[in-house]
Design a protein around this ligand. Structure first.
Ligand SMILES: C/C(NCc1cnc(C)nc1N)=C(/S)[C@H](O)COP(=O)(O)OP(=O)(O)O
Ligand SMILES: [Mg+2]
Length: 560
């Protein structure tokens, strides 16, 4: 059969490594969906709604490096914009593809379904421009190759989402075949001169410094520069601290790992050694109100920042320097200086004394964390949802090879359910554990039914503290109370006649231990363990962090 615009898109998506594409059908995209699912390398994955579809694609991109989400015009895309925003904030190349009206309709002044009931059909494309690094709207089949390639390449280079709009009557229109994938995948190489100059400047910055330290941020992983960072760390021999959103980007069993740098809620006294240093090499760092605990935890000395494609120093900026090139070159010229490790050994806190509560004791957040810690293996990927689950997860120690996924920049409650589902399809060999609060779970619970459909043995620890506890700690009000659900029953309802989901409710130490055994035995489907917790049973870190974030939110306007 003739090669079409839809086939062109399908071939490009397959060429860049996508094997599953996430969809919600609608009459503006059905022909396109036919073309995509006809591609031998693509498997279509349906989701319950477009918010979850876009979040599943966001999670898939964490596993595979890139993802595609296909929705219908307007009613679909506007929900998918939220997961697209997450991909933008989290530096993930999610390709958002939307069907759109027949190309003849605008010129015939037709009013169409799913639209605002106006004659303007450009509003979605205009909105998409704001939340992607590149948005294209295909109006003629002959333009498709150039526009599809432009959007896909832009996303892969910037590690940001892109938007492709395809009218319902163009997906099946004749189109030429794409050329080799390198045209869209090859990165922009570092400029040799800029790279050399940046390395010289780094040598100058480090020259004479007595106590250098490395601080790892969330963009390191997105730039694919973890190996090079490890090389630099081992060449320097210094302490390596990690920002919370970057947890898992540096091996936590490594002797130079000194914890999560998060101000007063840091782990392993990372903040002490960061503040002791006289030189900070920041790699992929992002300093926000949340990661600096309401601006109370910023590096307090002039520091250098190696970003995804540029490096800045006190007094100099170098563009077109790729993070991996910069780090590996710097590793070759640095002189060893382990003074921060020597000092850290003097101040590192002693390992906590583990308490083993007895079986009939009431379940606590601490006991759930202790049990999750025991679940972490080199094959595990832990998802921590926005909520006290962030703080419980950040405190855990990752064994070598364990993965950690957090959405700290966008922070959309409910992300972890569709995102862990999408991630699981991208990494079938991983054991996935999710820590999610009751409020978050209520936002996207439907996607557990896709875990049932795909027989994914994801273990969900639902932390039921009866409401929005993070918000309670930041600023309480009746709005932070929610209607309780029977979460265990709900999840088993997703089975209907052909599922293997297991829903368990636990309120004591012993019941949790049994439930985890059962969860590990359920290899055919997801297991949700609803952990009943006291509503004030939250981490001390949340309370401290909430206090400073609330203060930052409350800063009076500078101009009345
Ligand atoms: C309501 C909100 N944030 C505001 C918010 C509202 N809407 C969206 C989509 N995302 C958000 N972060 C947050 S963090 C709740 O405390 C989450 O509650 P829950 O999942 O139950 O977790 P904790 O009890 O541990 O806080
Ligand atoms: Mg809660």
């Amino acid at each position: 059969s003739a090669f079409t615009v839809g086939d062109y898109l399908a071939e490009r998506l397959a060429q860049i490594g996508i094997r599953h594409h996430f969809v919600v059908p609608g009459d503006y995209n059905l022909i396109l969906l036919d073309k995509l699912s006809a591609h031998p390398k693509l498997t279509e994955v349906g989701c319950a709604n477009e918010l979850n579809c876009s979040m599943a694609a966001e999670g898939y991109a964490r596993a595979k490096g890139v993802s595609a989400c296909i929705v219908t015009y307007s009613v679909g895309a506007l929900s998918a914009f939220n997961g697209t925003g997450s991909a933008y904030a989290e530096n993930l190349p999610l390709i958002l593809i939307s069907g759109s009206p027949n190309t003849n309709d605008a010129g015939e002044f037709h009013l169409l379904h799913h639209t605002l009931g106006e004659h303007d059909f450009t509003y979605q494309y205009e909105m998409a421009k704001k939340i992607t690094c590149c948005a294209v709207s295909i109006n003629r089949a002959v333009e498709a190759p150039r526009l599809i390639d432009r959007a896909i390449r832009a996303a892969l280079i910037a590690r940001k989402p892109a938007y492709i709009e395809i009218p319902t009557n163009l997906s099946g229109a004749a189109c030429v075949r794409p050329g080799p994938p390198n045209a869209v995948t090859d990165p922009v190489p570092s400029d040799e001169g800029a790279l050399a100059a940046a390395i010289d400047r780094a040598a100058q910055y480090l020259d004479g410094k007595k106590k250098p330290i490395i601080l790892v941020g969330p963009k390191l992983r997105r730039a694919g520069a973890e190996k090079e960072l490890l090389k630099l760390a081992e060449a320097l021999g210094c302490s390596v601290a990690v920002q919370p959103a970057a947890k898992g980007s540096f091996p936590e069993d490594h002797p130079q790992f000194v914890g999560i740098f998060w101000g007063q809620v840091s782990t392993l006294a990372a903040d002490s050694i960061v503040h002791w240093a006289d030189a900070i090499i920041c790699a992929g760092t992002v300093f926000t109100d949340y990661s600096t605990v309401g601006w109370t935890a910023l590096p307090n000395i002039p520091h250098m920042v190696a970003e995804m494609d540029h490096v800045t120093f006190p007094g100099a900026h170098f563009s077109r320097v790729r993070l991996c090139d910069f780090l590996s070159k710097l590793a070759e010229i640095v002189t060893r200086n382990d003074s921060t490790m020597i000092e850290y050994k003097r101040l590192r806190p002693d390992p906590p004394i583990e308490r083993f509560p007895n079986a009939e004791e009431e379940l606590t957040r601490k006991e759930v964390s202790r049990r999750v810690q025991m679940l972490l293996t080199p094959k595990t990927s832990l998802f921590v949802e926005t909520g006290d689950s962030w703080f419980n997860g950040i405190q855990l120690r990752l064994p070598q090879g364990a993965g950690f996924e957090i959405e700290m920049q966008w922070g959309h409650i409910g992300w972890s359910i569709p995102a862990s589902f999408g991630y699981a399809l991208g990494k079938r060999d991983r054991k996935i554990v999710v820590m999610v609060g009751d409020g978050s779970f209520q936002v996207t619970a439907q996607e557990v039914s896709q875990m049932v459909r795909w027989n994914l043995p994801i273990i969900i620890l639902l932390m039921n503290n009866k409401g929005y506890t993070i918000e309670v700690e930041i600023h309480d009000g009746l709005y932070n109370r929610i209607k309780n659900w029977d979460y265990a029953k709900l999840v088993e309802a997703f089975n209907s006649t052909d599922g293997h989901a297991l829903g368990l409710q636990v309120a004591t130490v012993g019941e949790l231990a049994v439930a985890i055994e059962k969860a590990q035995g359920n290899t055919e489907g997801p297991t949700l363990i609803e952990c009943s917790l006291h509503q004030d049973d939250c981490s001390r870190e949340l309370i401290t962090w909430g206090h400073f974030v609330a203060a930052a939110n409350a800063r009076p306007p500078t101009h009345s």
